[in-house]
Ligand binder design. Sequence first.
Ligand SMILES: [Ca+2]
Length: 554
Amino acid sequence: MNPTIVRAGAGLLLALASAAASAQPKLGACTELASQFRHPSTRITSAQPVAAGALSNGGVPVGAHCVVQGQMNERVSPVDGQSYAIGFEVRLPADWNGRLLYQANGGTDGFVTRADGGFVGGGPLRNALQKGFAVISTDGGHTAAQNPLFGLDPQARVDYGYAAPRSAAPMAKALVQAAYGQPPARSYIGGTSNGGRLTMVSASRHADLFDGFLAIAPALRMPASSVGGLLGAQLWHAIAPDKTKLESAFPPPARAVLARAILARCDALDGAADGIVEDLAGCRKAFDLARDVATCTPAQAEECLTAPQKEVLAKVHAGPKNRAGQPIYTTYPYDPGVTSPIWADWKFVLSINPTRNPVSVGFIFSTPPQDKSMLQDTLRFALGFDVDTDAPRIFATSGVFTESAMSFMVPPDLPRFGALKARGGKMLVIHGSADPIFSVDDTTAWYDEFSRNQGASAGDFVRLFRVPGMSHSRGGPSTDHFDALDALVEWVEKGVAPQRIIATARGPGHAGGVNAEVPASWSPGRTRPLCPYPAMARYTGGDIERAESFTCRP
Ligand SMILES: [Ca+2]
């Protein structure tokens, strides 16, 4: 503070002190927010200071902050009689960087996940709260106890699908204003899986609310991919020796056979035989399941797959189709990340159990929704799901449900993102090549179409980075640890478009949490550049464990 100005008068001194206080708010003001903050349709339930070091992330203490919790849009549904609200918390750091982050949450939502803005793998070593962002997290308009039957209420569907940020983001900005005496200079939204989807939906529907968008492993066409999960389960179930365990159809040793065959054909296409397949398009041409994986015979029982296994694998990777052969979703690339337990979880468990695909499709995405009794036997629902008569319900509407799931879940302006472009916003999309549920082929096909529509300017405001080997959101034999939020901030605030994002393998000893799937043959902290599609990391020489030995080019 300039002392000559301070001496200019008591009034100015007070103003300067106030300005200093607003840049560095004291946590003593925190509890007062509970009684003093007013916003339409908002009820603050608590405002409490959190001491420095009370939380930690990646072994690093989180600084002092204020956590404000509350409810918005409280209502009783005229359809199912249940009480609904958008539950939220906002964390306001004492050492604020002037930015707001809307943390879009995953799955079927219903949880106010801690508002700290940790996104990927073990989380960035510093999460958004540690970086000084004010962060809001919401439950998307229903509680955990209301999962998944909130889908019986049309407004709760829409709040989950796209509407919650329209209420919650302006409230968060007003709360920031109340806490610091000034609104956020920049606002961001980011998330993983369903949170990545909501981020892309927001870039389409709410481009006015945010400057930057970070979508990781986006559940881009979730109703369609969820239907695909059910149909895949039917295929696995048909060949599973143990009908109570779908994974018996394609257990870890068999998946390792497939991964080795993929690597044999595709690993070196990018210039480095390093256990990573960068060139998905090249691999699509080079790898032939029928030719490149031996079919088990009485004479060959090793390094082979059975004929039924190969038949189902071919169908699953070709993507779900109706009886007329029309695609319901999209293809999946062959990637060595098929070995991942996360891959198995989505294909064999979440495709049939009462937490994911059956209930998402049956209660949230189908019009009309299933009867509640379906919850009692989700395997039966998955196995009985009819591709021609049940799948079209994700496109259906009714007098009660006036928006179809494909309408309320999918960004309405996918091919263009015109509002984002007009606003000057930036979006980073990051997706693992081995994602077993939301296919990187879907995201890639979207970006191809988007690029055709934009011409040369596509990369000026939207960039796609693919992570070879990474499973859904994290894991797999991959470098799944990266800080894309910093890259997005640089792009939004300094105009520096990301040319490469450095990613690290979370091998033994990694501070962000170890990924047990990092192969023992890799150095534990192997680094790679993630590259803006259509570029990929190509080896140029030097230490094969280091990102500096790779360049990004198509
Ligand atoms: Ca390679």
